[in-house]
Design a protein around this ligand. Structure first.
Ligand code: NAD
Length: 384
């Protein structure tokens, strides 16, 4: 039977709300039962009802939703927070404290201290707090991680990551409300493109290599006049296991579309994955030619097989990747309800600790950029 699900943010016309609704429903595990979808109360209620939510659970505000839902016997098993960054902490914290399990959009919060608090609250209350690094749900990303973990690449030497798009390059579009909050420190935090996009690439670097980011040196630029936060950044980073990392992230790279990609270079071979062709993973063993590993072929890792829903040759993409985050959460929630251990393959889903590490890396990068590229340590230990 499907579990009740609640969504906060992700209103009509938002960038990511529709993807969450499709992804949560993909395997029939979750059913949208309650929502506070929009900053505008009337729009929030009207859209929720158009999505089929009954009037008494179509809320105009997340606080109203918390009050209305917390004592219901059929309250949501999972709450997704898909509002702009500055409200993640307050909303996630309140729902965790009320005993809900939460999937929060990235970045988990806009400060390291807030992320630490979320980790602590989730642990103390025995709640799941996942963070939506949805790209880690792609089958071939999971296969890349499995190949690294089983030693196919040998020791990893270098990871090169990019997340460079051109969608905020037009200075005339700066007042578009969907763009504006991303460059307003009050709503976005201390960083724009690194916290918005670079953070995904940094998370993937850790997710695939199995290593943590230890320190960073960054160069930030605000190329569009009037922006308080960076719209382009180059970041060098060092990871555990002596892995060297490189990141370029940008919102002004005209001609780049989504622009997320990662290369992992080990002593025995190299891997390359691009999010715009997510069904192919390029694999080059040292001294040999490059082969393309197709999603869905026989002989892939169990991690990749579990993350695929359609047979080889059919494009599988963004909805499926987010769907895998929801599938992992559904498995963990059901296992808890049934008093059994979850399938270990469901445990790679990013959690609040990953969210905290990522926010700490963004902070270190921002601090480095302010001081001319000085190397800054990222908070690696979850010190509570
Ligand atoms: P958006 O500006 O397009 O939409 C934000 C939505 O949240 C709007 O519907 C707005 O009305 C609503 N909202 C704002 N404040 C609210 C509040 N207090 N209560 C209820 N609703 C509220 O933003 P977006 O691009 O959809 O981004 C939302 C979040 O998702 C951000 O944190 C962003 O970083 C993240 N995001 C993640 C991914 C990913 O791949 N994981 C992709 C895009 C965005």
């Amino acid at each position: 039977m499907s579990m009740n699900w609640g969504l906060i943010g992700g209103g009509e016309g938002s960038q990511i709300g529709g993807t969450h609704r499709i992804a949560a429903a993909l395997d029939g595990a979750f059913r949208l039962a309650a929502a506070a979808l929009d900053i505008d109360a009337q729009r929030a209620r009207a859209f929720a009802m158009r999505l089929g939510i009954p009037k008494d659970r179509a809320y105009g505000d997340w606080r109203e939703m918390l009050e209305g839902e917390k004592s219901r016997p059929d309250r949501p098993t999972l709450i997704t927070v898909a509002t702009p960054n500055s409200s993640h902490f307050e909303i996630t914290r309140a729902f965790l404290l009320a005993g809900f399990d939460v999937l929060c959009e990235k970045p988990l919060t806009t400060t390291v201290a807030e992320s630490q608090e979320i980790v602590r609250i989730a642990r103390e209350n025995g709640r799941i707090c996942a963070v939506n690094y949805g790209y880690s749900g792609y089958a071939m990303v999971r296969h890349a991680r499995a190949m690294v973990a089983r030693g196919d690449l040998g020791r990893i030497r270098v990871v090169v990551a990019e997340f460079a798009h051109g969608h905020h390059a037009d200075a005339a579009d700066a007042d578009n409300p969907r763009v504006r909050w991303r460059y307003d420190p009050k709503l976005a935090g201390i960083s724009s493109i690194v916290a918005d996009c670079g953070i995904h690439a940094l998370h993937l670097a850790s997710f695939i290599s199995g290593q943590e980011i230890l320190s960073l040196s960054a160069d930030f630029v605000s190329a569009v006049p009037g922006r308080e936060l960076e719209d382009d950044a180059l970041v060098a980073f060092r990871m555990s296991g002596d892995v060297v990392g490189r990141l370029w992230t940008s919102a002004i790279a005209v001609g780049r579309m989504h622009g997320l990609g990662i290369q992992v270079f080990g002593e025995k071979g190299g891997l390359r994955w691009q999010q715009e062709q997510p069904n192919q993973l390029y694999w080059t063993p040292v001294g040999r030619g490059t082969s393309i590993i197709e999603r869905g072929v026989a002989g892939l890792s169990p991690e990749a097989d579990r993350a695929s829903r359609v047979t080889v040759g059919h494009a599988e993409g963004f909805f499926g990747a987010f769907g895998n985050i929801y599938a992992d959460l559904a498995e963990r929630l059901r296992a808890r309800q049934e008093g059994r251990e979850p399938n270990p393959l469901a445990l790679s889903c990013p959690n609040a600790e990953d969210g905290l590490r990522s926010v700490a890396a963004v902070y270190a990068a921002a601090e480095s950029a302010k001081s001319g590229g000085r190397w800054v340590r990222s908070a690696t230990s979850i010190d509570l």
